[in-house]
Design a protein around this ligand. Structure first.
Ligand code: RNT
Ligand code: ZN
Length: 416
């Protein structure tokens, strides 16, 4: 056993923390890794550019532009990521083959995702989550999809989401694990609306119809993702937090909290126990907003640690479905992917290395003085040594830059 890990183990034991247990717990926590960091959220079926409330910035060379390249990049990134990984796909990553240009999203079926299933099976990926793609498409009319006043637009998108439920059922069956279907729509207005109620009523009716089509609830978990505002949609968002919280509670679906989607001083960490009081499950999109929902690469920062602490101390590692959602096109995309995934894992490990019961007992006793002293003590514990031990047991090195760089030289830089 590595000497510094040995010492760290002893030091943590002094605080009542078992580092071995923390490491083995973390090994089994799946993190759903988003495919869209690899190609700046472009997908294979659109106009070659993200639109409709989504934007990436930067022009770092080597972006994946087709299925083969994206798979190759995912494998490289996954090889540098410790722990259990699921893959999070968007419908816009359908592998259409000869049907390209002939079939639209309202008629996507499982067969367009069979190549992804093969990929997951061949590479030991722990499941695939799925997202209908209600952006980067001509049928986003006046910024609206499921809440559009135009019935033909609403029908198109309802059919797309219904087909997504079927596809997710297939993914779950094939991979023998659930598939999370997250519904995010860009709907909203740039400027002061004249009617805030009707779009919400139409969104509710669209969701009601989508959910009335039967799907296997043991295999497919449906989530709805709210947002406070989006780029170009600054004044009003149809799918607001209150709207979806109530919708989800009344209709027995799940809420997905994206930590970039709230007011800047509002934190998702505090929402986790609030929601767990009422819901059996919830889903996360972990991101890092800098001044706004900028989707920067996730880093090992205070609010991320707080999110991880809530998941761990609520005993909710199997109730909170952790997914990543960021996209940076200004740096090496593989590195961006890996840094964000590792930050999430670091935060979980950090949280697993705390004796939460002892701290909660101090709170219940009203001993806030000692609680503060103890909480501060954890901040300077030899966390790095445990992290390095975890990495080595996952067969990955701490410094992945050299690997990223050589992949860039050998593969990415040769792309047109
Ligand atoms: C957008 C939402 C949404 C997307 C992905 C690509 O603000 O966060 O989740 O980022 O679906
Ligand atoms: Zn999101």
């Amino acid at each position: 056993m590595n000497k510094s890990y040995q010492l760290a183990m002893e030091e943590y034991a002094r605080l009542g923390v078992n580092t071995e247990r923390a490491i083995s717990t973390l090994m089994n926590v799946p993190v759903s890794v988003h495919c869209w960091q690899g190609d700046d959220v472009v997908g294979f079926d659109g106009g070659g550019k993200a639109s409709g409330g989504i934007q990436t910035t930067g022009h770092y060379p080597g972006v994946a532009t087709n299925f083969e390249q994206l798979k190759q990049d995912i494998l490289k990134a996954f090889s540098l990521m410790p722990g259990k990984k699921r893959l999070n796909l968007h419908a816009s990553y359908a592998v259409l083959g000869d049907d390209a240009g002939k079939v639209d999203r309202d008629r996507y079926t499982a067969k367009y995702f069979a190549p992804w299933v093969d990929f997951a099976k061949q590479n030991g990926i722990d499941g695939i989550d799925f997202n209908p793609t209600l952006f980067s498409h001509k049928n986003v009319k006046d910024g609206l999809t499921l809440s559009s006043p135009d019935e033909s637009i609403r029908r198109f998108w309802r059919d797309h989401v219904k087909s997504s439920l079927k596809i997710a059922e297939y993914l779950a069956t094939e991979l023998n694990t659930y598939s999370l279907v997250n519904i995010w729509i860009p709907d909203g207005f740039k400027d002061v609306p004249a009617d805030r109620l009707s779009p919400r009523k139409r969104l509710k009716a669209s969701l009601d119809e989508i959910l009335s089509t039967p799907y296997d609830k043991n295999k497919v978990i449906v989530a709805v993702e709210s947002k406070v505002f989006g780029i170009g949609v600054e004044s009003y968002t149809v799918g607001s937090n209150e709207f979806y919280q109530i919708y989800a509670a009344k209709n027995n679906v799940c809420c997905l909290l994206d930590n970039g989607h709230y007011h800047p001083t509002e934190v998702v960490s505090d929402k986790i126990p609030a929601l767990l009081t009422f819901y059996d499950k919830l889903a996360l999109h972990v991101t890092r907003g800098v001044r706004w929902d900028s989707d920067h690469v996730v880093l090992f920062e205070d609010e991320l640690k707080e999110i991880a602490k809530e998941i761990v101390r609520c005993g909710a590692l199997d109730k909170v479905l952790i997914g990543l959602d960021y996209f940076d096109a200004s740096i090496n995309r593989i590195s961006a992917w890996v840094t964000g995934q590792r930050s999430m894992q670091k935060a979980l490990l950090f949280a697993l290395l705390i004796d939460h019961e002892a701290l909660a007992a101090l709170q219940d006793k009203g001993d806030f003085t000692q609680l503060m002293v103890k909480q501060e003590e954890y901040k300077t514990m030899p966390f790095g040594a445990v992290w390095r031990e975890f990495l080595s047991r996952c067969d990955v090195e701490e410094d992945y830059y050299a690997q990223v760089k050589s992949y860039e030289d050998q593969v990415l830089s040769k792309r047109k």
